[in-house]
Design a binder for this molecule. Structure first.
Ligand code: MG
Ligand code: MG
Length: 248
């Protein structure tokens, strides 16, 4: 069931999203060689709680941390831990915040120090893929338009999108209907409607997106050790088009 949100609810989600964006500034400050992913996680949790809010992911279906952090070949749902970041790593940090019962959800991919041109290109293409998807979020369009736009940017850059893990509705629940695939056909899928709030979150892989889940039951990695990047915004569909929630 898709819950359409009122302007009041969208305003609350905007505040949740603003806090997510602020938490990403905390991440940016900590993104340096030698830091562990757990230290980044704790800094984000401290920030969220200092605002009187709750990290969406902590305890969600038993998830043990406040952020998901994935390095290089790790793809999604990584549990922060003792891994030390090294110069040249790409690091995907996914953050959710609950503000007055509403969630904001956003992933960004960071570089540690200077990235190789190949990694830089992957990260930029992923950001462009996300924004191409966001640009389709109009009430006259279909879910397939969003997926197609993301897929096209990825493929035009020589990459492939991950098809097993995609976006989702978000609101009072971290994950709700509808699902938001990273691929699609223009004009296909459910019609987009005013009041839908969705997390758009392409995972772009350099090649073969095959994935497997580690024995921690959460961390999903590339089966063949390939790099991937991911970017995500929470977006409300308004009569005038997309309103991005997860910005400052
Ligand atoms: Mg997320
Ligand atoms: Mg999400």
């Amino acid at each position: 069931m898709i819950y359409l949100k009122s302007p009041r609810e969208i305003a609350l989600m905007r505040e949740a999203g603003r806090l997510v964006a602020q938490a990403h500034l905390v991440v940016k400050q900590h993104m340096q060689p030698g830091i562990t992913t757990r230290e980044i996680d704790l800094a984000v949790e401290d920030f969220i709680r200092s605002k009187g809010c709750i990290p969406s992911f902590k305890g969600y279906r038993g998830f043990p941390a406040s952020t998901c952090i994935c390095v290089n070949e790790e793809m999604v749902h990584g549990i922060p831990g003792a891994r030390k970041l090294q110069a040249g790593d790409i690091v995907k940090v996914d953050i959710g915040v609950i503000y007055k019962d509403y969630h904001g959800d956003s992933v960004w991919t960071y570089g540690v120090g200077e990235l190789s041109p190949e990694k830089k290109h992957l990260v930029e293409a992923t950001e462009n893929s996300l924004m191409a998807g966001v640009a389709q979020a109009f009430p006259s369009k279909y879910m397939g338009d969003i997926g197609h736009a993301m897929q096209k940017v990825a493929e035009d850059n020589g990459y492939v999108v991950q098809r097993e893990y995609g976006g989702h509705g978000v609101g009072r629940n971290l994950h709700e209907d509808p699902s938001v695939p990273n691929f699609g056909e223009p004009g296909r899928g459910i019609p987009l409607r005013v009041g839908m709030t969705i997390a758009i979150e392409p995972i772009v892989c350099v090649k073969d997106p095959s994935a497997l889940t580690l024995s921690d039951k959460w961390t999903v990695v590339s089966k063949h050790n390939h790099l991937s990047a991911q970017c995500e915004h929470t977006v409300a569909i308004t009569k005038d088009g997309p309103q991005i929630m997860t910005v400052l």
